[in-house]
Ligand binder design. Structure first.
Ligand code: ABU
Length: 618
């Protein structure tokens, strides 16, 4: 079956369960069968250990039979035992059912510890030949058990509609329920697996269909696998020599993203994967500063012209934060008013640019937003591009959220004009549901990132290496170590094709349009924007107690208190998670955001019914 034919973004439960039930279990069964096939009747495996009742070390006899049977020699009563044979460098495990022993320790046999664990004496796990941080076949059982638990509990059960989105506890309660403390002595594998289970139990299941709280959600199975592989290989993408595949993969993915943005000359330019959209926006500021004030690379901002950054009042806070972090100061971020739809008022923008010019400042850049955080508004990029051209400013588009719409022929028009920008922030971990984090910075300027950020550290970026060192891309970043976030995105893109990504976007937008219509029709619900542009749908629930009172300041104050109360109810119940916020002078309202294309019309009805049920008596 073609991967792109299945639901394009959310994990496909059927496929995954099938994998879990058939492939993994068959695989495990195969390993057990392998024990049978390759083991002689009296294959003795010395399990090491100490402190046993007998003087001889405990050992296990694995017999050739339908299942493994274990005889523990010398193990004392209460000694915890599990079966694991190292054969031809393969770690082989048996499950509970496969274990039989001839001593009292039968009762305590556990599949979790791969060593004889004489912890009745000192509660210490004995790790013969343990090499810290270097797993060998002895760890295979532990790794498989952990991964199996994660698949079962976090990926499947945890995201099932019948399970809770969160099991809520106050911090003081959670501190009692969860063993956070770090101790001098190591924990057993059994305990570690319990801790894994508890971590899953008390964590928010952001992959749950009823988690619509943030600008990310869902579990894309391909991205998940990609993330796991990245963590298994654990590369740092700064030099070709340590990350050859990921370096070329970044080049491929970033070039394709630039083509989709529509930069001229077939997406000519450069780009990087960043640790989050905030940092990507910071790269926009940094490149703008270098282009218009290159001397700042050495001298900093001291004594130079006042450089001004323009962005809308509804823009993401990272523009302020990065301007502060980079020494501009928040006073030099000019907030442009937004109109009633949440879009930057381009008239106000030009007025402010002229004002700063007349005061002797240097308007440096505009950071426009394609998909604002709360309302999902798209700034008029073409008009802003015109202003940037007229006043010779850098044009950055923060499309961290709305960038995903670029892959859809139906919704791409929302970002018309983005192809005229100098740089773009686009986070595939948002609308495209790659796992956290997956953020990109794209620019039409080929060498600017390098010129702007390079320091030529000779311990990493030696120019006399034996290969083409232009593939040592790390020096254009401000990070040193850097995750291979590209892989999860590349892998899911491969699995679905660009057409699959488009189907996903269209489905998410379709559900946003559907719930907008439901809200219009449902008594007690009121929209902020009659026609939301992105998948953000902002609305109030007005309970019967205030539904008919005059719409004055008192009403606003009462309405302001409703959403937080409903939110408290849903979290304590674990039934769903949706965020709320005030905006400018607008009282608290719900912001529903959709990214997962696994959501259905029934889910949309559920959201509204649940909010009504929690709020109707307030
Ligand atoms: N990067 C903005 C995320 C905030 C939110 O989920 O609303």
């Amino acid at each position: 079956m073609l991967a792109s034919k299945c639901l394009p973004t959310h994990y496909n439960e059927a496929i995954f369960k099938n994998h879990l039930n058939n492939n993994v279990e068959k695989e495990l069964a195969g390993i057990v069968a392998n024990v049978t096939a390759t083991t002689n009747k009296t294959d003795i495996v010395n399990m090491g250990g100490s402190g046993t009742a007998s003087s001889s070390p405990p050992s296990i006899v694995v017999t050739a039979a339908n299942k493994c049977s274990a005889v523990v020699n010398g193990a004392c009563e209460g000694c915890k035992v599990s079966v694991m044979k190292t054969n031809s460098n393969n770690g082989i495990m048996a499950t509970d059912n496969d274990i039989s022993t001839t001593t009292q320790s039968t009762k305590d046999a556990t599949i979790n510890d791969i060593f004889v664990n004489n912890n009745h004496n000192n509660n210490k796990l004995q790790h013969p030949n343990f090499i810290p941080g270097h797993p060998d076949a002895k760890f295979e059982n532990f790794i498989r058990l952990c991964v199996d638990e994660i698949i079962k509990s976090a990926v499947l059960a945890g995201t099932n509609r019948s399970s809770k989105v969160v099991e809520w506890h106050e911090p003081c309660e959670l501190k009692q329920l969860f063993d956070f403390d770090l101790k001098p002595e190591p924990e057993t594998h059994t305990k570690l697996i319990e801790l894994l289970k508890s971590t899953i139990q008390y964590s928010v299941k952001t992959g749950h269909p009823y988690f619509i709280n943030q600008l990310y959600s869902g579990v894309d199975v391909y991205a998940l696998i990609g993330q796991w592989l990245t963590d298994a290989l654990n590369p740092s993408v700064y030099t070709y020599e340590v990350a050859p595949v990921f370096t070329l993969m970044e080049e491929t993915v970033l070039a394709e993203m630039r083509r989709i943005v529509g930069f001229p000359n077939d997406g000519f330019g450069d780009g990087i994967f960043c640790p989050g959209g905030s940092i990507a926006n910071g790269y926009g500021i940094s490149c703008a500063r270098y282009k218009y004030a290159p001397e700042t690379k050495k001298r900093g901002l001291f004594g130079g012209k006042q450089l001004i950054i323009f962005t809308s009042e509804d823009a993401h806070y990272s523009v302020d934060k990065l301007a502060m972090f980079m020494g501009f100061g928040s006073d030099n971020v000019c907030k442009i008013a937004t109109n009633e739809l949440g879009k930057m008022d381009v008239g106000d923008l030009e007025m402010q640019v002229k004002r700063y010019l007349s005061e002797g400042g240097r308007p440096l850049m505009v950071s426009a937003t394609a998909g604002t955080t709360v309302l999902g508004a798209f700034d008029d990029l073409n008009s802003i591009a015109d202003i940037c051209l007229k006043y010779d400013m850098w044009f950055h588009v923060d499309a961290a959220w709305g960038g995903g719409a670029l892959v859809s022929k139906k919704y791409r028009h929302l970002l018309d004009g983005i192809e005229r920008s100098d740089s773009v922030t686009w986070n595939p971990h948002k609308l495209l549901t790659a796992s956290q984090q997956c953020s990109t910075f794209l620019t039409r300027h080929k060498d600017l990132l390098s010129k702007c950020h390079s320091t030529n550290a000779t311990y990493l970026f030696q120019k006399d290496k034996f290969y083409d060192t232009s593939y040592d891309t790390g020096d254009k970043h401000i990070q040193c170590g850097r995750r291979a976030d590209v892989f999860k995105f590349w892998f899911m893109w491969k699995a679905k094709g660009t057409n699959g990504l488009e189907e996903h976007i269209n489905q998410a937008f379709k559900m946003a349009e559907y719930i907008t219509q439901l809200i219009k029709e449902k008594p007690g619900f009121e929209l902020l924007l009659e026609q939301p542009e992105c998948t953000n749908v902002s609305f109030w629930y007005v309970p019967p107690s205030i539904r008919h009172i005059e719409r004055n300041e008192l009403f606003k104050a009462k309405l302001n208190a409703i959403a937080p109360k409903i939110k408290e109810g849903m979290i304590k119940k674990g039934s769903m998670m949706i965020t709320y916020q005030p905006l400018r002078k607008i009282p608290n309202f719900f912001r529903l955001v959709l990214q997962s294309s696994d959501l259905t019309e029934d889910d949309m009805k559920y959201f509204l019914d649940e909010i009504e049920a929690l709020g109707c008596n307030l």
